[in-house]
Ligand binder design. Structure first.
Ligand SMILES: [Zn+2]
Length: 186
């Protein structure tokens, strides 16, 4: 079985401003910027054998703020620049009651089925509480990167940036594919 890293898109892979307690997704390709250092960290994770899956809520598709063709342009660019295996989108509004709008776990459970993932050894990396909540439901580990969107709910780890998240994952994930207990460094 394979293990995966689920990467939140806005704020982790690409820049997203925060306003009114929410990340503001870019609506146009011209405003879409991949964050510095992301390609290097994803390459480290890929070389350790993880599948890399981006996930994102894009309610702008449902309320008309975001064109599907513009989103497709952004995601073609993302897939070209980063070693991603899949980009999964919830296109619904928050009140559509779908199963894929995080904190619902549908994107993660769908990927687990499709890719035959070992969720015990898979990780969600995000700056948002709802990804950690969905990870908990889907039975995988969660690493939050410090942000005003971390919230107070369940999560497994908090780190300062994506490089630290990568270090944490590679430190926990031994070469034989098992998560090793953390060892204190003297
Ligand atoms: Zn959805």
């Amino acid at each position: 079985m394979k293990s995966a890293i689920f990467l939140e898109r806005d704020g982790i892979l690409n820049d997203a401003t925060i306003a009114n307690g929410h990340a503001q997704s870019p609506l146009h390709m011209a405003d879409f910027r991949i964050r510095p250092g992301v390609a290097e960290e994803l390459t480290r994770l890929r070389e350790a054998g993880f599948l890399l899956i981006a996930t994102t809520n894009q309610p702008g598709l449902a309320d008309g703020r975001l064109c599907r063709s513009e989103l497709d342009l952004m995601h073609r660019f993302l897939a070209h620049r980063l070693p991603l295996d899949e980009i999964m989108v919830c296109p619904h509004a928050e009140d559509d009651n779908c199963h894929c709008h995080k904190p619902e776990a549908g994107l993660f459970t769908e990927a687990a089925f499709k890719w035959h993932l070992d969720m015990d050894f898979s990780f969600v990396v995000s700056d948002k509480w709802y990804d950690a909540a969905a990870a908990h439901v889907a039975g995988c580990n969660s690493i939050l990167i410090e942000s005003p969107l971390n919230g107070q709910g369940h999560h497994d780890f908090v780190v300062k940036d994506l490089a630290a998240a990568t270090d944490k994952i590679l430190g926990l994930h031994s070469p034989n594919g098992h998560i090793t207990p953390e060892v204190a460094v003297a």
